[in-house]
Design a protein around this ligand. Structure first.
Ligand SMILES: Nc1ncnc2c1ncn2[C@@H]1O[C@H](COP(=O)(O)OP(=O)(O)OP(=O)(O)O)[C@@H](O)[C@H]1O
Ligand SMILES: [Mg+2]
Length: 387
């Protein structure tokens, strides 16, 4: 997975005056499973269409194997696409749907047309049926298949042409949750077995984390972060990424020194450094990284305001100085109880302030109000909590 296959260099896409992709830079490695993740309208499909050749960027370059391909039409790229609405042919059976592309005569070197021999077609269709686990379904009509089976026919139909890259635009969007999970595993298995580069689009963060080698988080036509699922989750670059990937409490903090961040006028040990002294920062604390302890042993103390049983854990909302955090715990702390919390240094992640600071999360948005409350003398709930 070390060879670069596709590169987008400063790609901008504008429709009239509207810039929908703003200088995108992206490198895609051979045999990589790369996912474009982001909210509706952020530019995922547009990026995919540029890679596939269905759209030409307004400016910037698209490179394939180091060669500029801006003007190369889709059918001349060794790239295939599975769209969300995977339009199978309802009047053809499974076998003929997969064989369809192979039956189209191809131009040969002398400008004539050649057809693939029937044995070759049969060999390749049979191989694909095995890859997508549909052996025995050859004669079935498309209307007699489940959603997941239809999806697999669409994937087989795209893969049978032996592309180097498969582009998949929300291919599991129409499936129910259980089938979605099964198909996620199935797609991952197919990608590994066929050793093909997958560029996958989804707005489902769990799906992106579960399937990808590399996740590209996008918002408003810009790439916010590129990294492994672990990087994206553990080291989000800004409040947008932290909020979009998983649950996050995002708190205003002040970096007092390398490894020391202050929140709620308390100093916490952390693993981050490289900030200016006393730089204002955003601090991410994941709900699962907070330990509940008796009130008198807590680094912070607060009141439980809501409890939701989630099977594996309770989601509790805890009020600190009037600000609400989400905490996940296996121990029940009833509504109204006072608790203390502890956070290990590796449970704290410090980020630079960004345009997204102060924008996210019901339980996690600490805006100007915090300044007011922390400078005022807190009474009532907060009175026991100050240094
Ligand atoms: N042909 C077009 N003409 C004008 N605007 C367009 C065109 N195609 C896309 N857009 C705009 O570009 C932006 C990005 O669209 P795109 O389809 O790439 O988003 P997306 O991330 O795939 O969203 P979704 O998750 O809803 O599919 C949107 O604001 C969309 O309205
Ligand atoms: Mg889209």
């Amino acid at each position: 997975m070390s060879k670069e296959l596709i590169r987008l260099a400063d790609c901008t896409m504008a429709f009239d005056e509207d810039i929908v992709l703003d200088k995108i830079n992206l490198r895609i490695q051979d045999k990589e499973f790369l996912t474009l993740l982001g909210p509706s309208g952020c530019g995922k499909t547009t990026t995919l269409r540029i890679i596939g050749g269905f759209q030409t960027p307004t400016s910037g370059d698209v490179l394939f194997d180091g060669v500029r391909i801006n003007a190369v039409p889709p059918h001349k790229r060794t790239i295939n696409t599975v769209f969300q609405k995977y339009a199978l042919f309802p009047h053809l059976n499974v076998y003929e749907n997969i064989a369809f592309g192979l039956r189209i005569p191809k131009a040969d070197a002398k400008g004539g047309k050649v057809k693939l021999p029937e044995e070759e077609i049969d060999r390749r269709v049979t191989e694909m049926l095995e890859v997508v686990n549909l052996k025995g379904f050859e004669k079935r009509r498309i209307t007699q298949l489940s959603g997941g089976q239809q999806q697999r026919v669409a994937i087989a139909r795209a893969l049978v042409n032996q592309p180097k890259v498969l582009l998949l635009d929300e291919p599991l969007g129409a499936l129910d949750l259980k089938l979605r999970k099964d198909m996620q595993n199935e797609l991952k298995r197919i990608q590994k077995a066929m050793e093909i580069t997958f560029v996958y689009v989804t707005h489902d963060q769990e799906e992106a984390l579960a399937m990808s080698d590399t996740v590209v988080v996008m918002d408003a036509g810009r790439i916010q972060q590129i990294g492994s699922p672990e990087d994206i989750y553990n080291e989000p670059q800004n409040a947008f990424v932290a909020d979009f990937i998983g649950e996050s409490n995002i708190i205003d903090g002040i970096m007092r020194a390398d490894g020391v961040v202050e929140i709620f006028n308390r100093r916490f040990q952390c693993l981050d450094g490289g900030f200016e002294k006393d730089e204002a920062v955003d601090v991410v604390i994941r709900p699962e990284d907070v330990d509940i302890v008796p009130e008198d042993q807590g680094q912070l103390k607060g009141t439980v305001t809501s409890v939701t049983f989630k099977g594996m854990q309770y989601d509790i909302i805890v009020d600190f100085y009037g600000f609400k955090w989400l905490i996940q715990t296996t121990d029940l702390s009833p509504v109204g109880s006072r608790i203390g919390i502890k956070i290990d240094p590796d449970g704290i992640h410090v980020m630079k302030k960004s345009e997204y600071s102060g924008m996210f999360g019901d339980y996690s948005s600490y805006s100007e109000e915090y300044e007011e409350i922390s400078s005022a003398d807190p009474d009532g709930e907060g009175s026991g909590d100050e240094e």
